[in-house]
Design a protein around this ligand. Structure first.
Ligand code: URA
Length: 434
């Protein structure tokens, strides 16, 4: 067996055997296969795809390249969720304590933001003292004592994916359904959860631009997870406009806190109840999604989800005074509300433009090494379908200097399109699979 033959076999559209995939994954991880041959292999997969059997074998080889956590000594059934990423996506901050407040352990490893898409780890770090770099022991200890833990991705889990993802990022080979599915599912499988809810976003502000692609990715990830004995479901959700109202790290933490007090924006609340409800449903904690959502809605109202959030954040080192007084979260020096100059109906609110504006304000990274400003971002006061009068507030910009504030104002106004006739907003949840 040699790597040139394996690349050529995939280039010609043939199915690779388990041993050939193993030769590639192990050879690249050990540094025996150079980047130029690994890039050629990735591009061959982008162009020729993989069968379901290949995708499952490839995923397990990535997962087995590092530690495989077994959480069963800690709890008989642990759930996890994964979002494919988007703008204003603070779902984990609400769903993890919400689901854990029903006695169902949630163990989750999350990523940082890159490009227009924010990351849960960055959002959590805007809470003074919150520790996201947990060792495996620290992760397991939090899970056993508090039934909820969210940490950064451990370098010991699926290291082959870490190396391959960095290569794909710079060789235009991210956009392949089997490579994305393998990358995501290898990390989820290695981190040990029994059930995984995939939060697959579709639209302008998401990796998947069409519902057909999102559904195909979801089916592939479900098949891979089920193939290795995990329960998996997918929620396909809209990402044409930002999720909720807030975009930016500390602003999103504040919105998550309001949501846990029962005062969240309707689309975000619906999203959290659906994703969290599916997690309860997969764990057989409810008779179906409808009952699970009602149980979760009750815990947002009665304070039990908030109490679990406070326990979790405090146990992971977060300063509890910030939780009692959100004004202690990082705050931008310049805050400006932009008002409508004419009446009309909001027709579109381009999520990717909003995400890129948040990055431009300093809230995200262009390179992995960039420092971020937790305080900056945008809060929307109007979303698609809203009827606006002249002088109504459209959005508030939180900035750290006048130049980026002015540029953000211009860019955000251009991200909105208007209609003279009423607009029916698109449904937020498009499909639930599994
Ligand atoms: N997220 C991942 O973790 N991997 C991909 O390939 C794409 C999105």
């Amino acid at each position: 067996m040699n790597i040139v033959e394996i690349i050529a076999k995939k280039r010609d559209g043939h199915e690779l055997t388990h041993d050939e995939l193993q030769y590639f994954v192990q050879g690249y991880t050990r540094g025996e296969i150079p980047d130029y041959q690994a890039s050629a292999w990735c591009m061959a997969v982008v162009l020729k795809g993989m069968t379901a059997a290949e995708a499952t074998a490839y995923t397990m080889l990535l997962a087995q390249s590092g530690d495989m956590l077994d959480l069963h000594e800690i709890a008989p059934f642990v759930v996890d969720k994964h979002s494919t990423g988007g703008v204003g996506d603070k779902t984990t901050l609400v769903v993890a304590p919400l689901v854990a407040s029903h006695g169902l352990p949630v163990g989750k490893m999350s990523g940082r933001g890159l490009g227009f898409s924010g990351g849960t780890v960055d959002k959590l770090e805007s809470i003074r003292g919150f520790e996201t770099s947990l060792t495996t022991e620290g992760f397991l200890d939090m899970l056993s004592k508090h039934g909820v833990v969210v940490s950064g991705q451990s370098a010991d889990l699926a290291p082959a994916d870490g190396k391959l993802y960095a290569l794909r990022d710079v060789t235009a080979t991210v956009e392949s359904l089997p490579l994305i599915a393998g990358s995501i599912m290898s990390k989820k499988i290695a981190s040990g959860a029994d059930a995984i809810v995939l939060d697959v976003k579709v639209g302008q502000g998401a990796f998947m631009k069409t519902e057909a692609d999102a559904v195909e990715l979801a089916h592939l990830m479900i098949a891979i997870g089920e193939g290795v004995g995990r329960k998996v479901a997918a929620v396909i959700a809209d990402m044409d406009q930002p999720l909720g109202n807030a975009v930016g790290n500390a602003l999103e933490v504040r919105e998550a806190m309001s949501t846990l007090h029962g005062e969240g924006p309707p689309d975000f609340v619906e999203h959290c109840l659906t994703v969290g409800g599916k997690m309860l449903d997969l764990a057989d904690k409810a008779s179906g999604l409808k009952e699970a959502k009602a149980m979760l809605a009750e815990s947002l109202e009665n304070g039990s989800a908030w109490a679990k959030f406070v326990e979790w954040i405090t146990a992971q080192g977060g300063d509890p005074t910030v939780l009692n007084d959100p004004d202690q979260l990082p705050a931008a020096p310049l805050i400006e509300t932009v008002y409508a100059s004419h009446p009309g109906h909001i027709a579109t609110l381009n999520a990717i433009e909003v995400g890129l504006t948040s990055v431009m304000l300093g809230g995200g990274r262009v390179k992995k090494s960039d420092q971020i400003d937790y305080s900056v971002g945008i809060v929307h006061h109007a979303k698609i379908g809203d009827h606006i009068q002249k002088g109504d507030p459209l959005l508030t910009i939180h900035a750290n200097n006048n130049d980026t504030l002015a540029a953000a104002r211009e860019r955000l106004l251009a991200a909105i399109t208007w209609s003279d006739v009423p607009i029916v907003p698109p449904p937020h949840i498009r499909q639930i699979i599994g």
